[in-house]
Design a protein around this ligand. Sequence first.
Ligand code: NAD
Ligand code: TYD
Length: 336
Amino acid sequence: MKLLVCGGAGFIGSNFVRRALAGNDAVEVVNLDKLTYAGNPDNLRSVEADPRYKFVQGDICDREIVMRAAEGVDAIVNFAAETHVDRSLLGAAHFIDTDIKGVLVLLEEARRVGLERFVQISTDEVYGSIESGSFTEASLLNPRNPYSASKAGGDRLAYAYWSTYGVPVIITRASNNYGPYQYPEKLIPLFVTNALRDQALPLYGDGRNVRDWLHVSDHCRAILFLLEHGTPGEVYNIAGDNERENIEITRKILHLLGRPESLITPVQDRVGHDRRYSLDASKLRGLGFRPRVDFEEGIAETVRWYVENEWWWKPLKDHDGEFRRYYQQQYGERLS
Ligand code: NAD
Ligand code: TYD
């Protein structure tokens, strides 16, 4: 099977590309990635020389490039997106471009060439926030920030191409991922790398917002599983079954690193901050899939990875003016 992986140089995409190539000699991967601030060729050093792997730098909004990259592929797995909620609150235009218009370009290409599968990587955030209980795939969508709204657009557009044109679309909605190679703007890698430098950990609001944490390897396993066993036109929730308050995650990181809790710095809350995400993943479980990584082990191993791989995150935080500009804009006033 030849896969076109879009956004394969990001956090989840790069973990997916490595796993797909390692798991099956017959798999070939074309990785189409624009290399935005979040895309990083270092994430895929280990497969660069593999003859079954090809990298194409380009934008999924660019039809010509998509047509060339998709030549001869059997399936598209689309990870490409603007993904950070806080950035979407600073400016949403790129989110609309990539997460909606880019998806349209990919769907049009899938329709034109008649692919076997199109997997649209959506998110639990499209359901919005829930006080108690969990969302099923049949729950109403109620995205509440520009990131989740744009992802909901891509998600429903993918569904429309299935129901209107029969493009064999599978839509996945996973919860918060953690693991190696996550750009250090998201909660876990930001707090681990700040703590390693004895810098403040800016915890939004009362720190009691809840996220369900899924190890990236389990997410990638689920996507490969659904490529084989998923039914076109269906949506699948992918949960970690591991809900935690942010304050608990923060304390856990500090404990693992042997750093003091005095680094925790409550800051002004994110606007419109979703209180709790929670998924019911019984549909996927019913097909025989279960996450494997125990959270206590997964978080310890993840923290260790950032400790041992400063070569990977230090250039992103220190030498990339982009990150420093963003950090100043997002946290400058909050931490002053
Ligand atoms: P990421 O920000 O680490 O990576 C995104 C990748 O997409 C980068 O390599 C970037 O260069 C690329 N990209 C962005 N715009 C592009 C464009 N126009 N054309 C081509 N490439 C482009 O994101 P991630 O955390 O790996 O998330 C991957 C996918 O999974 C996203 O669709 C996201 O919505 C979804 N998701 C993420 C999580 C999570 O916790 N991280 C949870 C559920 C779903
Ligand atoms: P994040 O990793 O941005 O993922 P998402 O918002 O997509 O769930 O944030 C996870 C949680 O951590 C969320 O409730 C916001 C919170 N958070 C902080 O408290 N401080 C921070 O600096 C960041 C980035 C997130």
